[in-house]
Every structure is written in C-alpha cells, then in structure tokens.
Design a protein around this ligand. Structure first.
Ligand code: SF4
Ligand code: SF3
Length: 541
C-alpha cells in the first residue's frame, strides 16, 4: 500500500505497512482501485457531455466513491468492493454507449480497464513516475474528495447543481494517465478551488434554507437521565430524521465533534430530546464513547477503529459513505422516504444513560448571517482599537501531540484579538474561556469545516465595511490546521479567492513537492507554523 493523503501519514512520508488511521493494506489497495475506476468513469461522462449527447451516468457513484475514500470514513472491504463493482458496471455501460454513438474517448487505461480482480502496480499512487505530476494529480484528487463530500451533504437535503457536478467530474478526468501537462494540472487545481467554494456555498444554502440561519446559541456539555444516541459527522439530514423518529421514545440525542453546530440552527431547537454536545474532536472517541453508554451514529468521517476490547464496539452504526466491518449500516433513503433509524433507537433503549464527562456550556452560532448582523459593533470595536486583529483558526483537529501548539497559540493571543473558527479544530480552544471584547466573545465559532464559507463571507463583509479594495488588506491572519481532504478542499477554495499569507500546519502536506511549495510561497506567501512564541510575534507584527 501507499497512502499520503492525510496529515498524520507515517513518518511524514507515506503509510506503506498499515495506515496510522487504521486502514489495512488490502483496503488501501481496494480504495486505489476504486479511485482508478472513478477516474475512467469521469473521463467517459465528460466526453459524452462534450459530444453534445445526454449522459445518464449515475454520478452519485462518483461522489459516493470519493467520499468513502476520505480519511476515517470507510474501513469496510465489503462496502468498498461493492462500490468498485458498481463503478465498473457503469463504466462498461458508458463505454458501450460511446462505441454505439461514435464518441471518441482518450486512449487511457483508466477508461478501458474493467478487470480489477488482480494486483497491479498501475492502481497505486506511486505508479506515476514523475513526482511533480503525481503531487499535482493527488492534490487535485484530494480536493475533489473533500468537495464531493460537501456536494453529497447538500444533495441529501435536495440541493444539487448539475453544472457544478460536471465541473468536478471534468477536473477529476484530468488526473488520468493521458494527461501529463503540468500547466493543465495547475489550472485544474485553481478550478478545483473555485468548485470547492461553490460546493460550500451550495451546502450553506441547503443548510440555511432547510434549517434557518444559525444564531448565537449556548450548548450544554452535560447529560440528562435518559439513554442517549450520539450523532457524529457532518450530515444534518440524518440528524433531522433521527430526531423525528426518537420523539416520544424516551431516548435523547446528543451531538459529537463536527455535529455540534447543529445546535446553532433554529430548526433543531424544537426537539425536546435534542440535548447537548458530548465529548470533543473525533480522535478522543476511544475514551469518550466508553462513557457515553449508548449507540453512536457516524454520518460521515471521522471513525477511529475501536480497540479489540472496546465496550462500544456493538454500539456503532454507520450511514451514507461511511462503513465499518461487522457494523450495521443504515441504508440510504428510497424514493425520498426517511431512513429507518429504528435499529439505533432500539439499541439505545437497552443502554444506560451517558456518564457526564464535562459540565457547563459553550457558545457558538457565529455564521455569516449572525456576524454580519453584529457588523456595526465589530467595525466600531476595530475602529476604537478594542479589536486589533481577527485570527482565522479553522480546519481539523488531530491526535498528534504537536497540535497542542494550537491551544497554546490561542492562549497566547493578546486580549485584543478575536478567533474566527470552523471545523473540529475548534476543540483545541473553544472551551478555554478566553473572554469577550465589548460583548463579542473572543472565539466565534461559525460551524463545521464547510462553514469556512461563512468565514469568507465575513471577510468580504468586513472588506466592504472598511472600504478596502482587497481582503488581504484587512486585519485578519490565518493559522489553519489541516488533517484530511475536506481541509484540502477548503484550502484550495481560499487560494482560489486570492487569500494570502496563510499559515498551514501542523505540517505542510507531504504530497506537495518542493516545486509546488515554492510556487505557493511565491504566489500566496503560504507558510507553515514554527513555535508559538515566534508565530505570535511574526503573525501579529
Ligand atoms: Fe495513512 Fe492518512 Fe492514508 Fe490513513 S489516510 S493510510 S493515516 S496517509
Ligand atoms: Fe474534523 Fe474529521 Fe476534518 Fe469537518 S471530523 S473537520 S478531521
């Protein structure tokens, strides 16, 4: 196996024996095959469209396959095998369609390969001999994976944009072996950033049109007396249906990790059994799921494989593109009917209530609409000197000890700075009680990682309020933590908007070659983190 798609990749070079995330080598190889097959399908879809013919390709297979190969989403060989089979079947169908209709398609192996029942180096990331081309294609692929996940969440709420889907599919088609052109790949990466931004915008529209605009909300960290279900991941539609189905059952529902921001939406406040948030970022689940006592539903990444003797092993459920071996998977909606969450509810009834691990509340809900409503107050605070700088500290959390940097950095920030956050990175500082400035909390949480869209909207609103020509002239610094491929999508989106002086950490992605880093440094002044002391001095200068 070879995988270097996430920040925790082994030795900072690549996982080759087993994933640090727990991905087994045979699953990694199967996922490589799935991506290989998806590339071919993307070429076929793109060329059929280009020919002017209608293409009835089942594009869900593409988005679902990309989503399932995101770090910590799917650990199941059976589910991955089924996805591969379905993509290959669709590829065969479209190949025949092209043949029947005289549509010319590039002569590349990804398109014609329909036999995956063997081991072949050609499926591996490392098969591409040129380091530069490999890095560019992988960056494009990882950006596409994160974007596909956002597109899926929006689609689950009934919001799709066919043009956007086609743009994403066309960009993936460029990662096939027939394209070895650095210039084309560089431009495709810029386009991928634009696509990622549009996908976040679409998801924001889906979430806010369905559930209302997020508002300032205090979220409880304690527990109630009833058995509970813990909902993890990013998918709000699953949460809605689960809440509906738990009414009157005596079972409470709690959020975990990236699901916390669901509390900020007005819609969910009507459910009396929608309790608080339990636990922290994804990587603490081996400890926190033990004491939760009830079932846990994963609606997306991040799953940490439970230890052999974990008490919660039989309490894990997956849905959407997530899957785990020997774990019940809640099937997709059929004909628009809600999913059937009764197995989880029945399981919860057999369980003890959660054991409290924290108490008190945290405050969030500072998405674009809410912050823009506070704009006068914020502009006033900046003009009076009460707020010196905004510090965007969004992205992912991770288990590596060097991430303590982010807690220390937040603690070390002067009292006249405000942190803008989104994503599970927030758990490093949202509970620190950093105080307020003129009634404005010093940590403003916009929501999930996709709500980095809100942070961009806020920056654009501030640009207007301060009447500056360029967002880079604003008193905003960016210190972003990445872990998996959704963060790659967010990063590409920020770059496509021309945002400069980003600091990404705790390390620069391994798949970025020295040449790519040089270009990013020259064009966007991207840097990485050093020490808290040094970074506080240089970033605030
Ligand atoms: Fe390694 Fe990350 Fe790939 Fe898992 S996802 S195999 S940890 S690089
Ligand atoms: Fe976190 Fe997995 Fe990326 Fe949506 S839940 S941000 S890491």
């Amino acid at each position: 196996m070879f995988c270097y798609q996430c920040q925790e990749t082994a030795k900072g070079t690549g996982c080759t024996v087993r994933g640090v995330c727990g991905k087994e080598p045979y699953l990694a190889d199967q996922m490589d095959k799935l991506i290989y097959a998806i590339r071919g399908l993307c070429v076929l879809h793109t060329h059929i469209k280009k020919s002017g013919k209608d293409c009835d390709c089942n594009t869900h297979l593409i988005f679902d396959g990309l989503f399932a190969t995101i770090t910590n989403a799917n650990f199941c060989m059976v589910s991955t095998g089924e996805k591969l089979k379905a993509v290959v079947k669709e590829k065969k169908r479209l190949l025949q369609f092209c043949k029947d209709n005289g549509i010319n398609i590039p002569n590349c192996d990804e398109v014609y390969c329909v036999d995956f029942d063997h081991e072949d180096r050609k499926f591996s990331v490392m098969f591409e001999p040129d380091e530069e081309i490999r890095g560019l294609k992988q960056l494009l692929t990882y950006g596409a994976k994160g974007t596909a996940a956002y597109i899926e969440h929006a689609a689950n709420l009934g919001f799709t944009d066919e043009e956007l889907n086609d743009e994403l599919i066309a960009a993936i088609a460029l990662t096939c072996c027939h394209n070895e052109d650095v210039g084309v790949l560089m431009r495709a990466i810029q386009t991928m950033g634009e696509i990622a931004f549009k996908a976040m915008e679409l998801l924001d529209k889906a979430n806010t049109k369905t559930y209302g605009q997020p508002e300032i909300t205090k979220v409880d960290l304690g527990v109630g007396k009833n058995p509970g279900i813990l909902v993890s991941g990013h998918d709000l539609k699953d949460l809605e249906e689960l809440l509906e189905q738990t009414q009157g059952t005596g079972v409470d529902v709690y959020t975990h990790s990236e699901m916390l921001p669901a509390h900020y939406y007005p819609f969910f406040k009507k459910y009396p059994n929608f309790k608080g948030n339990y636990g922290n970022a994804w990587w603490k689940q081996r400890i926190e799921f033990e004491t939760f006592n009830g079932p846990i539903l994963f609606t997306s990444n991040c799953i940490v494989p439970p230890l052999e003797n974990a008490s919660y092993k039989g309490r894990i459920f997956t849905t959407n593109s997530t899957a785990y071996p020997n774990t019940l998977h809640i099937a997709d909606r059929v004909d628009g009917k809600p999913k059937d969450f009764s197995p989880i509810i029945n399981k919860a009834r057999e369980c003890e209530p959660p054991i409290p691990i924290e108490k008190g509340q945290i405050t969030g809900g500072f998405a674009h609409n809410q912050v823009i409503a506070l704009a006068d107050k914020i502009v006033e605070a900046v003009k009076s000197g009460a707020i010196r700088k905004f510090v965007v500290m969004a992205g992912c959390d991770g288990r590596m000890p060097e991430r303590d940097y982010y807690t220390e950095f937040a603690k070390g920030l002067p009292k006249d700075t405000v942190i803008l956050t989104a994503g599970c990175a927030k758990y490093r500082y949202i509970k620190l009680n950093l105080g307020e400035i003129n009634g404005i909390p010093r940590v403003l949480d916009a929501g999930q990682c996709n709500d980095c869209y809100s942070l961009v909207k806020i920056a654009l609103a501030l640009k207007d309020a301060f009447n500056v020509k360029d967002v880079n002239e604003l008193p905003i610094i960016y210190n972003i933590a990445w872990y998996e491929q959704k963060a790659v999508a967010v990063l590409l989106a920020l770059l496509s908007l021309g945002i400069q002086n980003l600091h990404i950490g705790p390390s620069i992605p391994t798949f970025m070659t020295p040449d790519m880093r040089y270009v990013l440094k020259r064009k966007f002044n991207i840097g990485t983190i050093t020490t808290v002391k040094n970074d506080l001095e240089t970033m605030l200068a």
